[in-house]
Design a protein around this ligand. Structure first.
Ligand code: SAM
Length: 282
């Protein structure tokens, strides 16, 4: 199977799951219109002040974070391969009255077409890196469309957490080298997260979703991500690791904390569950 075939299957898989995800998040437009933000403090800190900045949100899914970034004053563009997710994002922009531009495109096609654009901030996160088959090419594409002094911010699930089973046992090797992972399809993780991924209010929505389209992920270690960005000429400003996870409940018995943070069970040792970085173009 070629990379192009895998990307197409991924597009179908994300298209299939998008309405199920959205069924759990009614009231988002009113929430955003009233000034609500779906962002977490960690990515806001990495991005810094946004007022008046040209911001690109890559792999933006249904656009609620893109619109939150626009609410903070950025001129925001969101890019995603899923027709359904981009359709939901455009509707959300209209219904919330928050302007943003949404582009439906494969990220590599977009980066090639946008070469020469000048973004002050590029953001991606929460399950974005795992869809990139060519990390070095991605990093070069990002550098090409960052303005001088512009910044990339990344907020991701920590690959070390992929070594654990749902019951916190060491079960897998460290993800590296873009190793391919085939799954039955993107699941309804929004439904599984309860209000963790639905700050505007959670609804039971679609139950028992089964994705008919398999998906293909690429597993990269933190060192590989940092090296690809540095190798493309970005200066790493900060790299942070967090022993909690925002929003999702990827493991058993997670303890909810303030601000939709999920912590390991009582007594469990600290494990890095997310990492974030900011990198600057000189
Ligand atoms: C887990 S979501 C990212 C989370 C997102 N930041 C949010 O706020 O919900 C992954 C997204 O990547 C998109 N995606 C996967 N492969 C892609 C590709 N090759 N080009 C562009 N988008 C892609 C999917 O459609 C999906 O919306």
């Amino acid at each position: 199977m070629t990379t192009t075939m895998r990307t197409e299957s991924n597009r179908r898989s994300w298209n299939a799951v998008a309405p199920a995800h959205q069924s759990h998040r009614p009231g988002q437009a009113a929430f955003l219109r009233a000034g609500g933000l779906t962002l977490f403090p960690e990515e806001r800190e990495l991005l810094g002040e946004l007022a008046g900045l040209r911001l690109l949100h890559l792999l933006c899914n249904a656009g609620q974070d893109t619109l939150s970034l626009a609410s903070l004053g950025a001129a925001a563009t969101g890019v995603d391969i899923s027709d359904e997710a981009i359709g939901i994002a455009r509707q959300l922009s209209e219904d919330s009255g928050i302007p943003a531009r949404f582009v439906r495109a494969d990220v590599y096609d977009y980066l090639a077409e946008a070469a020469g654009a000048q973004f002050d901030r590029i953001y991606l996160g929460y399950g974005a890196i795992c869809w990139l088959h060519d990390l070095a090419g991605f990093a070069r594409g990002v550098v090409d469309i960052l303005a001088p002094g512009g910044r990339l911010a990344l907020m991701e699930f920590h690959p070390a957490s992929n070594m654990l089973s749902p019951s916190w046992r060491l079960a897998h090797g460290y993800p590296q080298g873009g190793a391919l992972l085939e799954l039955d399809g993107v699941g309804d993780y929004v439904g599984a997260a309860g209000d963790g991924l639905a700050p505007a209010g959670f609804a039971p929505g679609a139950g028992g979703f089964v994705n008919p389209h398999p998906c293909y992920l690429y597993r990269w270690g933190v060192g590989e991500v940092v090296s690809a960005l540095a190798g493309a000429g970005l200066r790493i400003l900060t790299l942070r690791e967090y022993c909690y996870v925002n929003g999702e409940r990827p493991f058993d018995a997670m303890r909810p904390g303030e601000g939709r943070r999920m912590y390991p069970p009582e007594g469990a040792p600290d494990v890095p569950l997310m990492y974030g970085l900011a990198a600057e173009k000189g």
